[in-house]
Design a protein around this ligand. Sequence first.
Ligand code: HAM
Length: 411
Amino acid sequence: MKLRSVRGTHDIYGEDIEKYNIIENKVSKIAELNSFNKLETPIFEFTDLFAKPLGEQSDVVLKEMYSFKDRNEEMLTLRPEYTTPMIRAAITNNLLNELPLKIFGLGPMFRRERPQKGRYRQFNQINFEIFGTNDFMADLELIIIGNEILKSILPNSSFTLNLNTLGHKNNLNEYKIKLSNYFKDKKEKLSDESKEKIQTNPLRILDSKNENDILISNSAPTMQEFISLEEKNHFSEIKKGLDLLKIKYVENNKLVRGLDYYCSTVFEFKTSELGSQDTLLGGGRYDGLIGVLGGPDIPGIGWAAGIERISMLMKLNYNSLCKVHLAITDKKYNSHIQKIMNFLRKNNISFYWNYKYNIKKSLSKANSKKIEYVILIGENEFNNNYYSVRNLNTGKQSQLKESEIIKYLND
Ligand code: HAM
């Protein structure tokens, strides 16, 4: 048998794992600053948890779930997303007694989609949720946190915040009926894919990329007349908040999102640097969903971002995980290298040594790993109890006592 990985999966190593670690650290820091607590859920759940909330007729449920029968005949599914497992965990662990609940998590999701650049069958998501408030400040807070995370990880990339409101969930249901009726009359002209959605998910026809579908959608009834004054105010408060912080956005009334549970505010951060899989982060309100899953009838809002897509835009300068490379000319000076390793460990300076007693062989590795500094140990260093420290960027080399090294490395 030829050894291979499963289509649409990928191993994470080298630069990708460094990027993953940087993302995880930044996300955890920003979550902590904003008082979101981490909640990790198992990667599989009972299938029922997903089918109804995500939409029995949605692509995810119909075509993309990895489901299997357990040995006791129970149907299980590898989680295709994080929101429903988070709600399940909040309910079963009694976390909804004190509201609002602000939680975040990060980890692998599974969808059997057609793999392409930026789209995998196992991928990783960052996920933030707030349960238990209607306040527009929660919508704003989550959008701001998403923006903050993307900006801190991708300072040199450009991405655009797209915003829309789908209105109150009752009004949205009325709108969906009206839309279905409109598309039913035009059925013959729609693409096959959109035909299937007339009854089940007419909103998705609005964001079809097919030319005929777009033409027909252009004359479809708009959502605007179904949006209550209260929802309009909610939406305009969010926009005012973004203006105040000078966070740019575009209002995109075609933005409807892929999963069925959304209503009210929806948003996506998109980039032009990734081709067709251009959404880095997406989310919105899902008022009603927690009740549907057997919890109290409280509102919720959240977002998820794709770690692989963010990673693809990241550029690493230095090996952020390793600052110093150690190089030694001969085994005879081993005690000197042990001393410096111990010293660096105590002072939280990351280092790498490859057990080579030959400076040239040792250094070829340092350059390829983009390490910033080399500490060299030879006869003179050993006899006179100092270290030669070379900055690989400038080529400058200095002779330093152990006590001088930390200041030098941190300057
Ligand atoms: P989603 O739009 O399905 O939303 O996924 C969110 C993000 O996950 C996407 O914008 C993308 O970056 C990434 N993503 C999705 N599918 C793939 C894939 N096959 N390969 C690589 N990356 C992918 C949700 O999952 C909702 N649960 C978000 C949410 C949370 N809404 C409210 N709370």
